[in-house]
Design a protein around this ligand. Structure first.
Ligand code: NAD
Length: 489
């Protein structure tokens, strides 16, 4: 990309600048260079996108047979795969994540999300009930699924294409039209998907993209727009609260995947190397910017010191570097702003008297990338559970480790949080795993694994980590409405 590139809104099949002429910068997290200017959608663009989506529902898209819709979604997936390298370079440029990670996770999952939900809608039955009536003739009931309508899709920056298609895939499979508001940090792959939609012949207005920020910008304009039927959002819990208020106007349905403060629990009877490896990934993958990541690690006392030492080695072996360098083990944080936020927690940890096992600051980088938002993988011990470090989501490559002595204590510690997204448990005792996994107040509890995702399973958060479940047939709960037809015989 050159400095003059402009990332445009995608409305009714056309790539459009903002009428106001407003633009904002998209900068590389690796070296701070300007990647592109982005057209910021104002109220007119958001309104045009919502109208285009509404019109699509009333047009050929709304009348399309499921089989044809499913074929189109397969074509979308195939076209993403055909343009794999374009998506890869756009995602890597926006996020700074190692290309190896985006190559095996972000882009393939971005394509797969269209196939899996195409398969789901093709195969899911609805219900049927026969009932008796006083005249002896009876009646039958059957349910039909209809699309929700125009769905607003508001996305974060950590896994931009993957998390966006996780919503757009099922929304379109179910026959809805969408208006997507990607994160202002990562506008590129959502825009590129517009080219894919046009290339395979998805009707105009079915998929729209508006760029901008949250309050006073595209995010707020979209979520409070009266033409929206439902809002699906992934991001911070605090933002979810603001969106829920906006959605209250007009009683729009909401589906939320929010923040977390996930625990890892390591028992002394675990496969030690596998646990170090698994917890290492859970803490440091994507530079700690994974909603399912672990920032609190509880380790059974007999192996605590050994485990801390092994995780320290893992942290120190991860080389920060350019995304395309195969030796790179960890990329930068998404932005200077986020780097400042994470560093403020690093300072607080030191102020509160944490033992800094490793890290705690910014690594020395070569001159060419010194302007990037780099951060050291960091581990602490010795803080009380009341510390902000143990309570608040930091969203960086860091964790606090603490020893525990009993199963009940570990479960209590894991549950002592307002969040409830994910937990990863490491033990060689399967009875123990079965005993405690259901007691953890989270949407997903991994045993001897982390981030192992079967896309047919229910995914979502408990407590303040979300509302609703996505994945497989569960996505239909939000993206469709069931209508009952009752026929007296
Ligand atoms: P964020 O909440 O700051 O922003 C997410 C999106 O919301 C962005 O597109 C932003 O522009 C928009 N937004 C912000 N304020 C808004 C408003 N008032 N109205 C409408 N839109 C608004 O989140 P982020 O920093 O992009 O992402 C990181 C967060 O996302 C973390 O908390 C992480 O845990 C969470 N997350 C959760 C999951 C999950 O599945 N539960 C997955 C990934 C990330």
């Amino acid at each position: 990309m050159t400095m003059t590139t402009q990332t445009l809104n995608f409305i009714n099949g056309d790539f459009l600048p903002a009428r106001s002429g407003k633009i904002f910068e998209n900068r590389s997290p690796v070296d701070g260079r300007l990647l592109a200017m982005v057209a910021e959608a104002g109220e007119p663009e958001v309104d045009a996108a919502v109208r285009a989506a509404r019109a699509a529902l009333a047009g050929p898209w709304g009348r399309m047979a499921i089989a044809e819709r499913v074929d189109l979604l397969y074509a979308v997936a195939n076209e993403i795969n055909r343009r794999f390298e374009d998506f890869l370079s756009a995602e890597v440029a926006d996020t700074g994540k190692p290309a190896s990670l985006a190559r095996h996770l972000d882009i393939p999952r971005g394509a797969a999300n269209f196939k899996i939900f195409a398969d789901v809608v093709k195969n899911v039955p609805t219900e049927f009930f026969e009932m008796s009536t006083p005249d002896g003739k009876g009646a039958i009931n059957y349910a039909v699924r209809v699309p929700k309508g125009v769905v607003a899709v508001v996305c974060p920056w950590n896994l931009p294409l993957l998390l966006m298609t996780w919503k757009v895939g099922p929304a379109l499979a179910c026959g809805n039209a969408v208006v997507v508001k990607p994160s202002e940090e990562t506008p590129s792959t959502a825009t590129l998907l517009g080219e894919v939609m046009n290339a395979v012949g998805v009707p105009k207005g079915v998929y729209n993209v508006v760029h901008g920020f949250g309050p006073g910008s595209a995010g707020e304009f979209l979520t409070r727009h009266p033409g929206i039927d439902a809002v699906t959002f992934t991001g911070e819990t605090r933002t979810g609260m603001a969106i829920m208020k906006a959605a209250a106007e007009g009683v729009k349905a909401v589906s939320f995947e929010l923040g977390g403060k996930n625990a890892g629990i390591v028992f002394a009877d675990c496969d030690f190397d596998a646990a170090v490896d698994g917890i290492g990934r859970a803490v440091f993958a994507n530079c700690g910017q994974v909603c399912l990541g672990t920032e609190r690690v509880y380790v059974e006392r007999p192996i605590f010191d050994k485990f801390v030492a092994a995780l320290k080695l893992k942290a120190e072996a991860m080389k920060p570097g350019r995304p395309e360098d195969p030796a790179t083990g960890i990329g930068p944080l998404i932005s200077r702003e986020h780097q400042n936020k994470v560093l403020s927690y690093y300072r607080k940890a030191a102020e509160e008297g944490a033992t800094v096992v490793t890290g705690g600051g910014v690594p020395n980088m070569e001159a060419g990338v010194a302007g990037g938002s780099w951060i050291q993988p960091t581990l602490w011990t010795g803080l009380p559970e009341t510390s902000v470090i143990v309570r608040e989501e930091i969203f960086g490559p860091c964790a606090h480790l603490r020893a525990f002595d009993s199963e009940d204590e570990a479960v209590g510690l894991a549950n002592d949080t307002p969040y409830g997204l994910a937990t990863t448990i490491w033990t060689g005792n399967l009875s123990r795993a079965h005993r405690i996994a259901p007691k953890i107040e989270v949407g997903i509890c991994w045993v001897n694994s982390w981030f192992l995702r079967d896309l047919r399973t229910p995914f979502g958060g408990s407590k303040q980590s979300g509302i609703g479940r996505e994945g497989g047939v569960h996505s239909l709960e939000f993206y469709t409405e069931l209508r009952n037809v009752c026929i007296k015989l």
